[in-house]
Design a protein around this ligand. Structure first.
Ligand code: AGP
Length: 614
């Protein structure tokens, strides 16, 4: 939910901190702050975005070769300068930044107040800073030990970095439940820390991802690793695969538009090397390793949030159609608390672009504790979900910076398609002929997406200009495109702030039809595949009530085009693959409407890219 960065080395820290925070702003942008150690420990922080912090700090002599930085999505305490991170201890000698939630902060705060501590902010983070100093003084231990003892008293999730005026050659970091990456420079004694790899990759590709309950100490240019139980560990160092240009906007006005246009490649990458269309085999390690389990599966449960939950609904239709296994799709936030029935025979699949969504992670941990086999479909390598699952498949969509998920969704649906086909193959539910057809069609999808982006972009701009001030919008779809209707509605509402709802098309007559009038644009996803005639009837029902129809139709369609007010054509494909194509114009439509409305497309109000708190 928040973004944290830190620098330790021979150079000035400030530039890395500011640039790093700008790369992490998609994680939250209510307030931002930095602390630098240069003899003195100086903090610069402010409500608002990193650019506003820069304006403040730039006019001052901000120096120091140790520094920490934070961009916030408020959880405790409103987004103002007082609650902005970094926070200082009672003496002001220790500075700390934090991503996560200290659940027992109130109890700890009361004890500290009873010992004379005074707090400036309403945050849980400030309590941790005071606790560390209290322990350091009371127990007469060094900073690392004080942090370790303090974290043993904490309940909750954290990724923290600490600087101390009295320990100028030390930087301490720790993680539990929130991500933290340490970049190891080729330059001796130089380290870069961040919530994810994007701020680090241009400086070094050598990184280590902290695991839960690990504390890293950088002292006199040496890095050591231990657990909060005081067990020394050796860091697992790996090479980053992200390229720097993948992080830039590449000439697009917004990351979201860039990521929409990256989909031919991201869809291709999500299936690259995972099946052999000639020998009709799969090369997904997880399918091979768990084929025995898959053969005897009685049920699959898919858990996710938001857009990933919509992908899960498509996954349900795919796996039930091809694999003939019952699938339940659950909102992770509901699943984790309703004491669901989970057995060792269950396969629980978590879908998450960030791999850090708190509700999804917690629901998955619960399923694991109850004995289920857990599987992850994530986009961020090394994120928390893939680190706890028995098996999984990365979507390989590349960094998704725009808060509104686009390429991650189509990559998730592509991976779910492969998973459904693989499950069907293992369980003997699909003929080789049908498998060959599906592989052949899957191979054409990246190019079909490329053609579609070229053909529909201008049309989407035109339609967006007409409906940019619509007060509401209804999205209708059937079968595989019912989840696409939900996803299209979510895209529109989260970036343009227009209220929109997705519905199964047949469900409209059970209530929503009362909303239809000439002010109501209705987007109907009506490919010329399953349910076509029924969708035609739904379009006529809307027209009869003067609703405005924007139809997503198959190229060459005649009937729906005749009665729709506007239509966008998509290439023909297998019914089960239409979600990948139908979603593209809905993404563009939402994008252009939001741009026309002057909305902050990449960082919509109240949202953050990764919801790592409940
Ligand atoms: C999608 O556009 C939203 N930003 C949001 O619903 C997102 O899909 C949801 O928070 C889940 O995130 P995850 O895929 O990283 O778990």
């Amino acid at each position: 939910m928040c973004g944290i960065v830190a620098y330790y080395g021979p150079n000035q820290a400030y530039d890395f901190l500011i640039k790093g925070l700008q790369r992490l702003e998609y994680r939250g942008y209510d307030s931002a702050g930095v602390a630098l150690l240069n003899g003195d420990l100086r903090v610069y922080k402010n409500a608002g975005k990193v650019s506003e912090l820069e304006a403040i700090a730039d006019n001052q002599n901000v120096t120091g070769t140790r520094g920490i930085g934070h961009t916030r999505w408020a959880t405790h305490g409103e987004p103002n300068s007082i609650n902005a991170h970094p926070h200082l201890s009672q003496s002001g000698d220790i500075a700390l930044i934090h991503n996560g939630i200290i659940e027992n902060y109130d109890t700890l705060k009361k004890v500290l107040i009873s010992r004379g501590h005074e707090f400036k902010s309403d945050t849980d983070t400030e309590v941790l800073t005071h606790l560390i100093e209290e322990i350091k003084e009371e127990e007469q231990v060094d900073l690392l030990e004080a942090v370790r003892l303090a974290l043993n008293e904490v309940i909750g999730a954290y990724a923290i970095v600490i600087l101390s005026k009295n320990d100028p050659n030390t930087l301490i970091a720790a993680r539990k439940g929130s991500p933290l990456v340490v970049g190891i420079s080729e330059n001796e004694g130089e380290f870069f820390l961040a919530s994810d790899a994007t701020p680090i990759v241009e400086y070094t590709k050598k990184v280590t991802y902290l695991d839960d309950n690990e504390i890293v100490s950088i002292h006199d240019g040496e890095m050591t690793l231990k657990t909060i139980d005081n067990v020394i560990k050796s860091p697992f160092i790996q090479e980053l695969e992200i390229s720097l240009d993948a992080l830039e906007k590449g000439g697009y006005e917004h990351f979201m538009l860039k990521e929409i246009f990256e989909q031919p490649k991201s869809i291709y990458d999500s299936m690259r090397g995972r099946f052999d269309p000639v020998n009709l085999t799969f090369a997904m390690r997880s399918l091979v390793e768990y084929s025995g389990k898959i053969r005897n599966l009685d049920r699959i449960i898919i858990i996710a949030c938001g857009t990933s939950w919509h992908a899960g609904l498509v996954g349900e239709y795919l796996i039930e159609e091809f694999g003939r296994i019952p699938v339940e799709v659950e909102y992770a936030s509901e699943f984790r608390y309703r004491n669901p029935i989970i057995t060792e025979d269950d396969l629980v699949i978590a879908i998450s672009q960030s791999g850090e969504t708190a509700d999804t992670l917690a629901a998955l941990e619960m399923a694991k504790e109850k004995g289920a086999t857990i599987y992850g479909i994530c986009n961020v390598v090394g994120s928390s979900i893939p680190r706890i699952t028995h098996a999984g498949a990365y979507t390989h969509a590349g960094p998704e910076i725009g808060v509104a998920s686009t390429k991650a969704f189509t990559a998730q649906v592509t991976v779910l398609t492969l998973l459904a086909l693989g499950i069907a193959d293992i369980r003997g539910k699909i003929s080789k002929k049908r498998l060959r057809e599906m592989f052949a069609e899957l191979d054409t999808i990246p190019h079909k997406v490329e053609l579609l982006l070229e053909s529909c972009n201008e049309k989407c701009k035109e339609i967006a200009a007409i409906y940019q001030d619509a007060p509401n919008c209804l999205y209708l779809g059937r079968g595989y495109n019912f989840p696409v209707a939900l996803e299209g509605a979510l895209k529109l509402k989260e970036i343009s702030y227009i209220h929109a709802e997705g519905y199964p098309a047949a469900e409209m007559k059970h209530g929503p039809i009362a909303l239809i009038d000439e002010e109501m644009p209705v987007i109907v996803i009506a490919p010329k595949r399953n349910y076509y005639e029924k969708l035609l009837s739904n379009v006529q029902e809307v027209k009869a009530r003067k609703g405005k129809i924007i139809a997503i139709v198959t190229e060459g369609d005649e009937k729906v085009k005749e009665i729709a007010d506007h239509y966008i054509e998509i290439p023909d494909t297998e019914d089960c693959l239409t979600p990948i194509l139908a979603t593209i114009p809905l993404q563009l439509l939402s994008y252009y409407i939001a741009v026309n409305r002057g909305c902050n497309v990449d960082q919509p109000r109240n949202l953050a890219k990764s919801v790592t708190v409940e």
